[in-house]
Ligand binder design. Structure first.
Ligand SMILES: *[C@@H]1O[C@H](CO)[C@@H](O)[C@H](O)[C@H]1NC(C)=O
Ligand SMILES: *[C@@H]1O[C@H](CO)[C@@H](O)[C@H](O)[C@H]1NC(C)=O
Ligand SMILES: *[C@@H]1O[C@H](CO)[C@@H](O)[C@H](O)[C@H]1NC(C)=O
Ligand SMILES: *[C@@H]1O[C@H](CO)[C@@H](O)[C@H](O)[C@H]1NC(C)=O
Ligand SMILES: *[C@@H]1O[C@H](CO)[C@@H](O)[C@H](O)[C@H]1NC(C)=O
Ligand SMILES: *[C@@H]1O[C@H](CO)[C@@H](O)[C@H](O)[C@H]1NC(C)=O
Ligand SMILES: *[C@@H]1O[C@H](CO)[C@@H](O)[C@H](O)[C@H]1NC(C)=O
Ligand SMILES: *[C@@H]1O[C@H](CO)[C@@H](O)[C@H](O)[C@H]1NC(C)=O
Ligand SMILES: *[C@@H]1O[C@H](CO)[C@@H](O)[C@H](O)[C@H]1NC(C)=O
Ligand SMILES: *[C@@H]1O[C@H](CO)[C@@H](O)[C@H](O)[C@H]1NC(C)=O
Ligand SMILES: *[C@@H]1O[C@H](CO)[C@@H](O)[C@H](O)[C@H]1NC(C)=O
Ligand SMILES: *[C@@H]1O[C@H](CO)[C@@H](O)[C@H](O)[C@H]1NC(C)=O
Length: 526
């Protein structure tokens, strides 16, 4: 073709009478785009401008010389097929040819004759370029896996004499000869072991020739990756959780597409899939190790989180002390107090008595597991309020029981005078330490009196009240009783009688004195 053009150009130039002076056309080839126009510029000396009498353009497309347009003093002649397509400046010889087609490819020659009959000539080659269009990026893969896939992008376009450039976003794509490479003709972009951000650019391909360029549509490719950076959290974070509380576990991982998150309890996959595992009203059996497994069906990769461990502990409630049923008698009964809860398991048990730590002794023995205490035998000082406190990691509960030890009577005593004058009142008070309170009976000279109160009263003593008074204190519960004697003397009858006797007739005195001596004697031995 080129060779043919060169040959025809030589023929053309000789036909117009070449070579007297320089060519008025710049060295070619000249390029134009199909459907667009092209301007054939001329190089002329200033004095020639406007001094041409005739300007004549001819074309040779390979099938002989065809007139394009001629300007002469009588007017302009447009060649067949050029009507409306050409405009000629007769002052400069510049030709504009519009609506270019492939048929316009070929040699163009101009001959201009000045008023001084000097002939100026020139010839050039016109190339008509196909417009740049249909710039398209195609990928060898639709789904790509980070690190694994090698992506080959090919840019194709319609047009002539095309070269190619690539843009990554808005900046020219940078190759490194290893990870990102371009073919020598720049149509093939290869990304080996693609990274997730390599192809989000978006990537553009530009195809261009000397006259035109066109861009591809933005191209991007989602690179699947992950899962990675898996993280799992438990709320609340405590390692011991109370039974019935609500625990939420969350899991996340970086992944494209989003990872499937599978929950695992003690190595067993749960039916729960998703970023949240909600354990409402958690049970003891839900204690253990939790982890989540992230998997990506596209990358075929999976990743397990670290393990979170917690123990669910049931709160202690319904603590109760079971104590002895019947009455407890000091020195004789055995008391067994046992502390149990209806729910929960105690880690620690503490026994208190009347608010202070219970002190064990050879009588008070705490069982090895501290669940019961045995008091053998009970004594009166064991009475009081017993409390057991049950504690575990999540709760405390306590129970208490009052214990009453029956004892006595002890330290029985009778208070009251030992001697009294005739007619004076007497009050004897019997007292005893006892639980329950003692009941009393009184004997006089060994005979039951019928008095059953703590006090024995005499309104006005008479001589016959002298004697031994015995108080017996009894405790029906302990079955014990204790007696104490009290001696009472009623005095003063003789002294008064003597005063009376002194006023009596002397004859009576002798008689009475004899009686009185007897009486005094009697009183003295009493
Ligand atoms: C030639 O094309 C250019 C740009 O394509 C345009 O500006 C100009 O008007 C056209 N000239 C003619 C004569 O069609
Ligand atoms: C021809 O070209 C000259 C110089 O460029 C310009 O001044 C003149 O107006 C043009 N004439 C026409 C008819 O276009
Ligand atoms: C560019 O080069 C590749 C090989 O490197 C080849 O397959 C392709 O056809 C070439 N494309 C063009 C337009 O030259
Ligand atoms: C495109 O640019 C992004 C951000 O600058 C970069 O991470 C990526 O590797 C580039 N892509 C290619 C194919 O070079
Ligand atoms: C990638 O291209 C798709 C269309 O093919 C578009 O919907 C998406 O927004 C693009 N993503 C980016 C990051 O440009
Ligand atoms: C646990 O969650 C349930 C609702 O799912 C709620 O009714 C309950 O009060 C929560 N329990 C606690 C201890 O927060
Ligand atoms: C929980 O994991 C620990 C090791 O971290 C292991 O010793 C223990 O047996 C696991 N518990 C269960 C219930 O699987
Ligand atoms: C990615 O490459 C690794 C190692 O070459 C391979 O084991 C794995 O199966 C590949 N993944 C995919 C999705 O092809
Ligand atoms: C306590 O008394 C009840 C009946 O009142 C009896 O069933 C139970 O066995 C008694 N418990 C003890 C420990 O004696
Ligand atoms: C102690 O108890 C036993 C049997 O319960 C009884 O036979 C005995 O009399 C009691 N002794 C005292 C001092 O209460
Ligand atoms: C005390 O009572 C508990 C529970 O009833 C029992 O297991 C334990 O053997 C008793 N201890 C004695 C010493 O009787
Ligand atoms: C009671 O006994 C005393 C001696 O112990 C005696 O003197 C007195 O007369 C007695 N009284 C009665 C009423 O029996």
């Amino acid at each position: 073709m080129d060779l043919f053009h060169l040959r025809s150009l030589v023929i053309l130039l000789s036909a117009v009478g070449c070579c007297n002076g320089q060519s008025v056309l710049p060295a070619g080839p000249l390029e134009g785009v199909q459907g667009k126009n092209v301007t054939f510029k001329t190089i002329i000396i200033p004095t020639d401008v406007g001094n041409f009498i005739t300007v004549s353009w001819n074309f040779n497309g390979g099938s002989g010389l065809v007139p394009v347009v001629t300007s002469a003093p009588k007017g302009e002649t447009v060649g067949a097929g050029y009507a409306g397509r050409v405009s000629l400046n007769s002052s400069t010889g510049v030709l504009n040819l519009a609506s270019l087609t492939a048929k316009d490819v070929g040699d163009y020659a101009v001959t201009m004759v000045t008023s001084a009959a000097v002939q100026r000539t020139g010839a050039t080659l016109l190339r008509v370029l196909e417009p740049v269009s249909a710039v398209t990026i195609t990928s060898n893969l639709n789904e790509v896996v980070e690190f694994n896939s090698t992506v080959v992008l090919t840019c194709s376009a319609k047009g002539s004499f095309l070269t190619y450039k690539w843009l990554n976003g808005t900046t020219p794509l940078v190759t490194d000869g290893k990870h990102v490479t371009l073919s020598a003709n720049s149509t093939v972009l290869t990304v080996a072991g693609v990274f997730r951000k390599d192809l989000v650019g978006p990537i553009y391909c530009t195809a261009f020739n000397n006259l035109e360029s066109d861009n591809s549509a933005p191209f991007n490719l989602t690179v699947t990756y992950g899962p990675e950076n898996i993280a799992m959290t438990v709320t609340p974070t405590a390692e011991i959780q109370k039974k019935g509380s609500n625990i939420t576990l969350t899991c996340s991982a970086q992944s494209s597409p989003a990872a499937v998150l599978q929950w695992i309890h003690n190595g067993v996959p749960l039916s729960v899939v998703g970023p949240k595992l909600v354990l409402d009203n958690v049970a003891v059996a839900q204690s253990g190790n939790y982890s989540c497994m992230a998997s990506n069906a596209k990358t075929l990769r999976y990743l397990e989180s670290t393990t979170a461990k917690f123990t669910v502990v049931e709160a202690i409630s319904g603590a109760k002390i079971t104590g002895p049923n019947g009455t407890l008698v000091a020195g004789n009964s055995t008391a067994n107090l046992s502390c149990q809860a209806t729910t929960g398991t105690a880690d620690a048990r503490v026994w208190l008595k009347n608010g202070a730590a219970l002190s064990p002794s050879n009588r008070v023995v705490v069982s090895a597991d501290k669940s019961s205490i045995t008091i053998k035998p009970v004594q009166k000082e064991d009475s009081g309020e017993y409390q057991c406190k049950l504690t575990n990691a999540v709760s405390t509960d306590s129970a208490s029981l009052k214990i009453v030890i029956s004892f006595g009577p002890e330290t029985v005593s009778v208070k009251g005078v030992n001697s009294v004058k005739v007619t004076e009142p007497v009050m004897l008070k019997c007292a005893a330490v006892s639980l329950p309170a003692a009941t009393y009976t009184w004997k006089f000279n060994g005979t039951l009196t019928g008095v059953m109160t703590a006090e024995y009263g005499i309104d006005a003593a008479v001589a016959t009240n002298s004697g031994i008074y015995t108080c017996e204190a009894s405790n029906a519960v302990t079955g014990l009783s204790t007696s104490v004697n009290h001696k009472l003397s009623v005095k003063g009858l003789i002294v008064e009688a003597v005063v009376v006797l002194n006023h009596l007739a002397p004859w009576l005195l002798g008689c009475l004195r004899t009686l009185t001596v007897i009486r005094i004697f009697y009183l003295q031995i009493m």
